[in-house]
Design a protein around this ligand. Sequence first.
Ligand SMILES: Nc1ncnc2c1ncn2[C@@H]1O[C@H](COP(=O)(O)OP(=O)(O)OP(=O)(O)O)[C@@H](O)[C@H]1O
Length: 243
Amino acid sequence: MNELLKAQGLTVRFGGLTAVSDVSFSLRQGEIVGLIGPNGAGKTTLFSSLVGLQRLSAGEIHLEGKPLHGRRPHVVARAGVTKTFQNTALFPGMTLLDNVMTAALLNNTVASAQELAHDCLERVGMAQAAQLVVDDLTFPQKALGEVARALATRPRILLLDEVMAALTPLEMDRVMDTLRELRDRTGLTMVVVEHHMRAIMNLSERILVLNFGKLIADGSPQQVSRNEKVIQAYLGSEHAQPA
Ligand SMILES: Nc1ncnc2c1ncn2[C@@H]1O[C@H](COP(=O)(O)OP(=O)(O)OP(=O)(O)O)[C@@H](O)[C@H]1O
């Protein structure tokens, strides 16, 4: 797999607090990568810095060799890096289709946005729910709706920030199957933040672990779950091993 994105020395400081500290990693085309770490480890801040919503104090981001650091969010989105929002639901009172249209309209005429929105819903198996008002959707449907809305910006790299938080284990399995199928069909690269350990270990091919803003591990789920630093920092001996 080709290297798609390279992040080097990413650092974000809030006054005296270093939320992200000298973090370097790369993403290959079509990978599903998990990003884990205890509360406050810097996961959301790292995501925000990757999409240009959070200014970097230091570091560089390149997408296929082209610099992305210091670029405004809409420029980063147009280049192909998009993030869902933690705890940000779809817009209530609107149909699912209209929700996806809000993103599709950013770079398209109404007619082509409609086609794109339908296509994005189709890609996550939600075409039949297009005309439902989002308030009436189940939690897994809402999660997939959020993914569809993000797909409407035509990302090459999609950062998913706890989209499965409200789901039961069975519902998570269904959503994870859909994400894997989406990757297999489209080659989309995904980075996934989830607190649910079994889900992240099952879904991801590689795991990045943050602790106090520092990247303390980067490896397969098996490697990471056996890593002493990770066990001490986060997993604890009683936590789930990758299934
Ligand atoms: N805008 C901000 N101003 C000041 N401090 C911030 C800001 N955003 C985040 N922080 C701090 O930066 C650190 C990292 O926060 P962040 O939300 O990125 O962690 P996280 O790993 O996503 O946590 P969680 O798992 O709880 O969502 C925390 O100490 C947080 O309080």
